[in-house]
Structures are given as C-alpha cells and as structure tokens.
Design a binder for this molecule. Structure first.
Ligand code: GUN
Length: 283
C-alpha cells in the first residue's frame, strides 16, 4: 500500500515544537527577507515565509526593491544587515534580475546569518563533509520528511532530477554524506527514464511535467519538489501523481509535500542561527 509523505503534518509538528522552544526565549530571533522585482511566484513564497514566521513569533521583515535596483545598493543593504545585531538571518529571494550578479550577492551575506546555507563557507563545509552553520532549506526539508517516515538512504540508489544550486546539488552532497549512492540527472542527460527506473528513491526538482509511470520502478519512493500551475491553473508537480501512485511505496504530493517542509526548515534555520550567534556572544 502506498504511503503519502505528508509535509503539512510534519511542518505543523515541527513548528509546534519550535513555538514551544521559542516561548522560553527572552529575545525573539529576527529573519530579514529581501525580494527584488515583481516575480509573482517569489512574492507568494516570500509572503508565506513572513506569515509562518509571524505565527511562530519569529520577528520577520520583508524588504522589497524594484527590479532596477543597482547591485551596489543591494550589496550595501546586505552589509548593513550583516552588522546589525538585531538581525539573525538573511535571505535574498532567488531568482534575481539579470543585471545583478547572484554570486556576488550571496557571497556578501555573513555565513553566520546565511539562513539558506548558500555562501561559499557553508556550501564548502557541506562539500567537505563538515557541518555548515545551517543546511539549505529544501534539501533539509526533504531529509526531515524521509527520516520522519523511517526511509533509510544509506546504500540506496537515489536519483535526483535537477542540478540547481538551491536543491539538486546540495541535496546530492547531503545524501552522499549519508552514504547513499547518488545519480544527478539534468537537461543534457541521455536516456533519462533508463536511469530513473533504477532509483530506489527518485527526487524530481525540475518544475515541469516529467515523471510518468513508465519511468519508475515498482515500490520506489518518490519525492516531488517541482511546483507549477498547469494550463488549467491547477497547482501540480513534476510527477504524474495519479498514474505513478500505485507503483510507489511512498510518494510526496504537490501541494502539501516538500513545499511546507521548506518553510519549516527556514524557521528551524533562523532559530539555529540565533542560537549559534547568542552562544558565540556569550563565549
Ligand atoms: N527561490 C526558490 N527557492 C529558494 C530558496 O530556498 N532560497 C532562496 N533564497 N531563494 C529561493
């Protein structure tokens, strides 16, 4: 029988625990999210982040800039936030407009306030098999979900479709660090379905309708990271859920799977950074 990986339920459990933990704090952690431009999907994600933080009692501020803000002005803001002791976590929502160098912006964030775990110091630690200050939110949420359902990754063949810096690459490293055998597929991969059919755990993070029932092996685990609106305006993921469902042992739905776990991870990371910074200032 197929089990649904319920990201909403686990998010609610994790956020309840976090709310409890925060009730003993004298100072409230603060997350600052920077949004540049008018990307509608980004706006929705950022609003969800703010709403969740507010519900938890995490102080959150969203700074919105027009799409034509200069790179220099954005870097100056990050520098200001880096040295502001009331700010514990900084997130610059991606994508950024083309005239802004994304790497420069990410590299400007203090690693100890880098709530995405994207800075070279944090991603370098991850690659070296060390603990970064925090782990990237979506990969962290996926692993929390697999752990919750007792799905072991050690020795399993995990196929990831998508090689983004946000999901595919850090997730591959985190799985390798947990002794999974990892294959990363992408837009230039030949014979994709031959590879996906060998997956014990298939994780798709592409953002288009891609994974059909003839691409998966019986009893595999499927995690669907993709999210987009189809031509009828329905929110859906990369995986043809209805057709694939019967073949899987576990499958995450869209919506209600990875999305809620990403937000929960962001809240966990904000509090983890706060704890690290507070501990440091007491040392
Ligand atoms: N855009 C889509 N996902 C993410 C994320 O996890 N972090 C940031 N900063 N931008 C994103």
């Amino acid at each position: 029988m197929t089990v649904i990986l319920d990201g909403k339920k686990l998010r609610d459990e994790l956020l309840d625990e976090l709310k409890n933990k925060l009730s003993s704090y004298n100072v409230i952690p603060k997350l600052v999210v920077i949004l540049v431009g008018e990307n509608p999907a980004s706006r929705i994600y950022v609003n969800n982040k703010k709403k969740t933080a507010e519900k938890l009692g995490i102080n959150s501020e969203v700074i919105v800039y027009p799409a034509d803000i200069s790179e220099k002005e954005l870097l100056a803001k990050i520098e200001e936030l880096n040295v502001d002791n009331s700010v514990n976590a900084i997130l610059v929502q991606l994508p950024l407009p083309a005239h802004i160098d994304k790497s420069k912006v990410i590299n400007a964030i203090s690693p100890l306030k880098d709530v995405d775990g994207f800075t070279p110091e944090n991603s370098g630690k991850l690659l070296a098999g060390e603990n970064p200050y925090v782990y990237p939110c979506t990969p962290k949420g996926i692993l929390l979900l697999l752990d919750k359902y007792g799905i072991e990754v050690d020795g399993k063949h995990v196929v990831i479709v998508g090689r983004s810096n946000i999901v595919g690459k850090p997730l591959a490293v985190m799985l390798l660090n947990r002794n999974a055998t990892v294959t990363v597929c992408h837009s230039h991969t030949k014979n994709l379905s031959e590879i996906t059919k060998t997956a014990d755990i298939l994780i798709s993070a592409v953002g288009e309708k891609l994974i059909e029932d003839n691409m998966v092996k019986m009893n595999c685990v499927i995690v669907d990271v993709g999210i987009f609106k189809d031509i009828n305006g329905k929110t859906r993921g990369d995986v043809d859920f209805e057709k694939v469902y019967e073949k899987t042992s576990y499958i995450s739905p869209v919506p209600g799977g990875v999305g809620p776990m990403t937000i929960a991870s962001l809240m966990l990371n904000t509090v983890e950074l706060f704890d690290l910074q507070t501990k440091r200032s007491c040392d």
